[in-house]
Every structure is written in structure tokens, then in C-alpha cells.
Design a protein around this ligand. Structure first.
Ligand code: ADP
Length: 392
């Protein structure tokens, strides 16, 4: 049973094809520069990479070229052979609390939710509509970044603003990276040999975007991202938590428009705003070389995560494990060490520096009451699994 997973952007589509019989990856790749003169298609299967430079008119054309390439290289005979297509959709609002089989009603609802994710939902729909038009018999499933966090209680998702903004305009915490948090939570439950629904975790996704989630009995009960992915942890270029009054202050002081401030907080802040780099590898290197601002950025980044761990421990009660994932969480022993050192004084975590430096998948001491895991996220597989569960 083959499931194609698509992550559609405005001018690109990332794809991965799974065989759910043995959960193997048949191929993966990227369709880029859609609508430009320098279209590019890249397909990886086995040890082989195939590249094709071709003008790609639109998303439907890109998928047609992908089908041709998959047939040419004997990965599939045609798209009709697929059991279904799973799509990453960023915002499901309060309407979608789990993945769903796509029909016209679902498409309309995703369109209606676009004001909450104007940069994402409309472009996610491009892939859905292209498949719908070109391969109408294929079943499609939408898997939402927000869905896992729909279990948050009102005390965690209602902002202390005039209540009508929530009631009438849906201004609330939604949370993102849900597919990643959900995936690593399931993997952590397996490691703990516990029922997923009886597992209490703090999952920390640290990539270019970063978020942390409190999971009680397998359900997300709080998460750091909010109405948008700007809130919470310090990120590559996003500020995360700050005093909202800073917006008024900067606006008045520098006569900045809302759009200019939006750009500053989303694209010019975070690690980049503090030290000029948003890539953690460069920051670590610069910090080693004595760059004081890189050191400060690293400290602020890790301190923010540490504060949230403390808060979520209290919110959850008894925590079974802390999980690191995402490009930084999976690879940066320096970041993990800065976050975990000292936790032993306040919560029941015994961090093992040596295991951490050796990049082990369990980086707590054997007798630590709260375990610390490093788990590679696999959002595409989680989308394939949820798609399979719906259409299977
Ligand atoms: P995205 O959120 O775009 O999916 P990733 O999860 O791939 O991003 O994470 C990207 C981040 O991971 C970058 O800041 C990058 O520097 C960091 N990263 C990747 N490998 C390492 C490494 N070996 N050491 C430190 N940071 C790393």
C-alpha cells in the first residue's frame, strides 16, 4: 500500500513515497521553482539521485512530471497505484482535531481558515487541488500541524484579552509542529514501554522554528506557539515571548508600520537578531571563537527552553521523559547540555553529560526518574501513518 506525502509551498512541493506494508521509504525529493523559468525536480531513491531541469508551469504540472519520473525509474507504474496522498496542512483551526479525508467541504473549510495562516493554507491547497483535478480517483487526507494541540484546555488556549476576540474571531492559542510532537511522543512511549495514552512528556522541537509541548496521558495540554508560530521559544529569526508593549514602543519611536514590525519580529529577531546568525552551527562556532553576542544568543536560547521545562513540569505533574527533536535538538550536544545541566537541582532529572556528548538516544543516567531522549522526528512518516489509518 503506497502513500505519497506532499508538503506544498508557494513555489515548491516536497514529497516522500512510503510503502506502508513495511513502512519503508520508496523515494523522496523536491519539485522547486514552480512557475519560474528555472524549474527543478530532484528524486532520491535507494542510493540514486536523479535531477531534472525543466520549466514547471504550476503544481499540477510538477506532479505530472513527478509521475513520469517515478514511472521512468520503475518506482510506480502510475499514480493510480497509490493508495492515497497525505498532505501537510498548517492550520486546521478549531475545526480539525485530527487528520481527515479530503472532500469539497474540507477544502472549503481549509480555505476559510486561511486568514489564520495566510502564507501556508492557500499554498497547501494548491497541491490538494492539483491532485483533485488530475487524479480525481485518488483518496487524499489532510494532516494538520495544529490538530495535536486541539486537546489543550481553555485555561491554556484562551488569551487574557477581551473574550469576544476569542468567541467571534477565533483569537486563541493553536500551537504548531503538532505532527512532530505527536510522532516523537509515540516513539518515546515505545522506549518507555508504556501505553502512549498513559505517558507524560515534555517534547522539545528545536529547528529553525522551535516549540515545546506538555503532554499528559498522551495528549497535548500546553504548547509554546500561539495564534501564530511567533510565540514561545527563541527561534532562528523569530523573537518568541516578549512584552507585547514593545510593539507599541517601537512603532512610536521609529514610526514603524504593522507590516514592518511583523517583518522585524518574524524575520529579523531571534538568534539572528541577537548575534547576526540564525544557523546554530555558525553560532556554536562563533561562540567558541569568542564572539560575545553568539554566546549570549546561545544562552538566551537555552535559558528560554529551561524556563518552559520548569513551567511544564509543574503543569503536567509527574513527567516520564523529556524529548529533544528537530535539527538542533537532534544534533547539538552543546544546546542540550546547556538546557539540561542543573535540572537535577529542581526536578528528578539526572543528565548524563558523557552520553550526551556521544549523541546517544538516551542522555539521562540509568537511575534518573525522568528520562531524557533524543528522537529524530519524522513528520512525513507520521503524515503517511495517519493517512494510512484513515484510508487503510
Ligand atoms: P526546520 O525547522 O527548517 O525543519 P531543522 O529542523 O532542519 O529546521 O533545523 C535546522 C537547525 O538545526 C539549524 O539551526 C541548524 O544549524 C541546526 N543544526 C543542524 N545540524 C546541527 C548540528 N550538527 N549542530 C548544531 N546545530 C545543527
Amino acid at each position: 500500500m503506497k502513500i505519497l506525502v506532499l508538503n506544498s509551498g508557494s513555489s515548491s512541493i516536497k514529497f516522500k513515497l512510503f510503502d506502508m506494508k513495511d513502512e519503508s521509504v520508496l523515494c523522496s525529493g523536491l519539485i522547486e521553482q514552480i512557475g519560474e523559468n528555472d524549474g527543478h525536480l530532484e528524486l532520491e531513491f535507494g542510493q540514486k539521485t536523479v535531477k531534472k531541469e525543466v520549466v514547471i508551469k504550476d503544481h499540477a504540472h510538477g506532479l505530472k512530471l513527478l509521475q513520469e519520473l517515478l514511472i521512468e525509474h520503475n518506482v510506480v507504474k502510475n499514480f493510480d497505484e497509490l493508495a492515497g496522498v497525505g498532505h501537510r496542512v498548517v492550520h486546521g483551526g478549531e475545526y480539525f482535531s485530527s487528520a481527515i479525508l479530503i472532500d469539497n467541504k474540507v477544502i472549503k473549510k481549509i480555505e476559510e481558515l486561511s486568514p489564520l495562516a495566510p502564507l501556508h493554507n492557500p499554498v497547501n491547497l494548491l497541491g490538494i487541488k492539483a491532485i483533485d483535478r488530475e487524479y480525481p480517483s485518488l483518496k487524499q487526507v489532510a494532516v494538520f500541524d495544529t490538530a495535536f494541540h486541539q486537546s489543550l484546555p481553555p485555561k491554556a488556549y484562551v488569551y487574557a484579552l477581551p473574550y469576544e476576540y476569542y468567541k467571534n474571531d477565533h483569537v486563541r492559542r493553536y500551537g504548531f509542529h503538532g505532527t512532530s510532537h505527536h510522532y516523537v511522543a509515540k516513539e518515546a512511549a515505545k522506549k518507555l514501554k508504556k501505553d502512549e495514552n498513559k505517558t507524560n512528556l515534555i517534547t522539545i522541537h528545536l529547528g529553525n522554528g522551535a516549540s515545546i509541548t506538555a503532554i499528559k496521558d498522551g495528549k497535548s495540554i500546553d504548547t509554546s506557539m500561539g495564534l501564530t508560530p511567533l510565540e514561545g521559544l527563541v527561534m532562528g529569526t523569530r523573537c518568541g515571548d516578549m512584552d507585547p508593549a514593545i510593539v507599541f514602543y517601537l512603532s512610536k519611536r521609529f514610526k514603524l508600520s504593522i507590516d514592518e514590525l511583523d517583518k522585524i519580529l518574524n524575520k529579523k529577531s531571534g538568534l539572528k537578531g541577537i548575534c547576526g546568525y540564525n544557523d546554530m552551527r555558525e553560532i556554536e562556532q562563533s561562540a567558541k571563537n569568542g564572539d560575545e553576542l553568539a554566546r549570549l544568543a546561545l544562552e538566551i536560547f537555552c535559558y528560554r527552553v529551561k524556563k518552559y521545562i520548569g513551567a511544564y513540569c509543574v503543569a503536567i505533574g509527574k513527567v516520564d521523559a523529556i524529548v529533544f527533536t528537530g535539527g538542533i535538538g537532534e544534533n547539538s550536544s552543546i544546546v542540550r547540555e546547556k538546557i539540561c545541566c542543573g535540572l537535577e537541582d529542581s526536578i528528578f532529572v539526572k543528565f548524563d553529560k558523557e552520553k550526551n556528548r556521544q549523541d546517544k538516544d538516551i542522555i539521562s543516567k540509568d537511575d534518573s526518574k525522568i528520562k531524557i531522549f533524543v528522537i529524530k522526528t519524522n513528520e512525513e512518516f507520521e503524515i503517511a501513518r495517519q493517512t494510512y489509518n484513515i484510508i487503510g
